[in-house]
Design a protein around this ligand. Structure first.
Ligand code: ATP
Ligand code: MG
Length: 203
C-alpha cells in the first residue's frame, strides 16, 4: 500500500525546520509522498494576522520544487471558514482509501492536542507522527504521548530527530529586526520574502 503523509501548517513562512522534518519522515518512515497542506484560516491562530494564503502557498511550492516526492495541496486554503485537521484527513482518506495515511506534526502540537477538534477521529484516520522540537524535554514528551495513547487507544509515532531550532515566529521576528536569516530558509523563499518585503512590519 502506498504510504502518504499530510504535513499541515501555517507555513508563515515555510523554513528549513519544516523541510528537515519532511525529509526525516520521508526516509525514516519510508514514505512514498508528502503532501504539504498550508492552512487557510487556522483555528489556533485567529489572534495573529496571518500572511495571505496565496503567498504562503506560493512560498511552500517554491521550497519543495526540487523534491519530486513532495507535493502541495490547496485543499485547506480553498475551503471557506476554518480548517480542521480531522476534516482534511477525512476527505483525503475517503477519496484515496487505498493509501496508508500519516500526519506529521512537531511536538508542540502533541502538547496542545486537547484543543484539537475530534482528536479521536484524527488518530483513527492516520498514523499520527510527532517530531522532537527544541524547548521540550524527552520525559514530558513521552508522558504526554502515553497519556494521549491511553485516552484514545491509539499509538502515536514519536521520532527523536536532531533538533533544528527554527520557527516561523523567530524568522518573522528576525526579519523585522533587519537581521539576515538566509540560513533559515530555502533560497527561493528567502529571495521572495526580500523582494516582496514580507514580515518587515507586522509579526
Ligand atoms: P509559528 O512560530 O508561526 O507557529 P512554526 O515554525 O511552528 O511557526 P508552523 O507552520 O506552525 O511553523 O508548523 C507546522 C508544523 O511544523 C507543526 O507541526 C510544527 O510543530 C512543525 N515544526 C515547525 N518547525 C519545526 C522544527 N524546527 N522542528 C520540528 N517541527 C517543526
Ligand atoms: Mg507553530
Amino acid at each position: 500500500m502506498e504510504k502518504v503523509a499530510i504535513f499541515g501548517g501555517t507555513f508563515d513562512p515555510i523554513h528549513n525546520g519544516h523541510l528537515h522534518i519532511a525529509y526525516e519522515a520521508l526516509y525514516g518512515l519510508n514514505l512514498d509522498k508528502i503532501i504539504f497542506m498550508p492552512s487557510g484560516n487556522p483555528p489556533h491562530k485567529i489572534r495573529r494576522m496571518v500572511t495571505d494564503s496565496y503567498i504562503r502557498y506560493e512560498l511552500v511550492k517554491m521550497a519543495i520544487r526540487d523534491e519530486k516526492r513532495f507535493e502541495i495541496s490547496g485543499y485547506e486554503i480553498n475551503r471557506k471558514g476554518l480548517s480542521y485537521t480531522y476534516e482534511t484527513l477525512n476527505y483525503f482518506s475517503k477519496k484515496y482509501n487505498k493509501v496508508e495515511w500519516y500526519f506529521l506534526t512537531g511536538v508542540d502540537c502533541l502538547m496542545d492536542l486537547d484543543t484539537w477538534k475530534n482528536i479521536g477521529l484524527i488518530l483513527n484516520l492516520c498514523n499520527f507522527v510527532v517530531f522532537n522540537r527544541p524547548g521540550y524535554n524527552k520525559q514530558e514528551i513521552l508522558m504526554q504521548k502515553e497519556k494521549v495513547e491511553k485516552r484514545y487507544g491509539k499509538k502515536i509515532i514519536f521520532l527523536d530527530i536532531p533538533l533544528l531550532d527554527i520557527s516561523s515566529t523567530e524568522v518573522r521576528r528576525l526579519i523585522q529586526k533587519g537581521q539576515d536569516i538566509r540560513y533559515f530558509l530555502p533560497e527561493g523563499v528567502y529571495n521572495t520574502i526580500k523582494q516582496l518585503k514580507l514580515y518587515s512590519r507586522n509579526i
